[in-house]
Unconditional design. Sequence first.
Length: 368
Amino acid sequence: MFRKTWMEVNLDEIADNVRKIREISKKKFIAVLKADAYGCGDIQVCRAVEEAGADMVAVSSVDEVLMLRNEGYRGEMLVLGTADPSDIAALIEADAATAAYSMEWIEHVIQQNCKGLRVHLAIDSGMNRIGFKDEAELRDALHRLEAAGCIIDGIFTHFACADEKDHVMTNRQFAVFEKLVKALDYPFRYIHCDNSDATLFHHDMLSNACRVGITLYGISSYTDELAHPISLYTTIYMCKHVPAGETIGYGATYTTEEDEIIATAAIGYADGFVRANQGRKVYVDGTYATVVGRVCMDQVMLKLDHEVPLGTTVEIFGPHVSLEEMAEELHTIPYEVICLISGRVTRKYIFHGEEKAEQNERLIRSVR
Ligand SMILES: *Cc1c(COP(=O)(O)O)cnc(C)c1O
């Protein structure tokens, strides 16, 4: 690691979270590692969840399937999103399942050699993203896939409002899902509807698996018993006194009111530390500091209450700054904050109690 801006990912704590959630759900565990495991690194997180007993890994795309297969993951896999019909040969070859989500998609698929393609039927129970709504159409879809030699491995739906206190929408969606699953009366190996939040409050006799993404990282509206395995850090490279009446950064948006201690740290919007972070609190050397002036591409200025030397660590989120609060202040959700952390931010992994190999996209490219 040359530029000292890094995300720490404690894989042991992720594994502990998997074990704790499995105890609560008592169902098969599908670890949702889409979008590079929400920016945390799918290869590494995959190893941890597999060791902790995950039964399946779900990803966003065929690329992510191939990436994990390439890295030696041999367990069950599912593409949750929309695989392109022209890519099914790659899925069959990789022995990974995908969502079958519309009649038009199925028509594209069965025109090709799709023998052995594993699918999970997607049910739209009210979110209106992907999936079947109509029982007759669903039945037809199932028969056509079977006739074409596809393997119907599962059926699933997705809840739109599982993070809300009120469960009216979730219950309504579940009723729609249950009715369709029961009407099909088919021996699906996997029946699943619960995401992270629903896994913790929604208990039913129909589904036999849960799909858990964000709660792997300890983020949940329903429990605070989980470990918080991810944190983001950077480093101070300069610290100085700025007299009263000077301005800080692009646009001169901040003016010092008195003699102030201003530090410059190595994180900016190109790292995913978006400009809306202006004014945010970060943690430096035992106290909180404030982002003053605009966030630059690679750097940010902080107002401190005491001087610190070059090399001092800044915690952006972690043990002293909650990721949930940070997301709320940014008017977004933790998912978006961590997915946006860019590839040039080094990922530092802790696994089996040891600091493991660091990953940085730019370094990987430069040694290739
Ligand atoms: C992303 C996603 C999940 C995981 O959601 P979390 O809230 O992170 O647990 C589950 N199912 C589907 C269909 C998804 O798209």
